[in-house]
Design a protein. Structure first.
Length: 95
């Protein structure tokens, strides 16, 4: 019998998601400007925050220390996954 987990902490469509390097967590952004991170095995939400603008991409670094979120306004926000603090914010458009 196959077990499926449903994550329903967002009211609108998911805009991006990715697996952690060790395969135990997923991070997802949604159209309602949320970033959610879950433990896959337990379904427990590890982190949740409201973004100032919709996230359109999310990727974990291979060493499992950072999570990068590409936002709709072409800014990249890099967060530490041990405390979820932003350590880098860069506008990808030339100013």
């Amino acid at each position: 019998m196959e077990t499926r987990k449903v994550f329903q902490d967002t009211k609108l469509d998911i805009s991006s998601f990715c697996w952690s390097p060790d395969g135990t967590r997923i991070a997802m952004t949604s159209i309602d400007r949320k970033l959610n991170v879950y433990n896959i095995e337990t379904g427990v939400q590890i982190h949740s925050e409201e973004l100032n603008i919709k996230g359109v991409g999310v990727i974990w670094d291979p060493l499992d220390k950072y999570l990068a979120i590409l936002k709709f306004d072409n800014k990249v926000d890099i967060k530490r996954v041990d405390n979820w603090e932003s350590v880098f914010l860069k506008n990808l458009l030339h100013e």
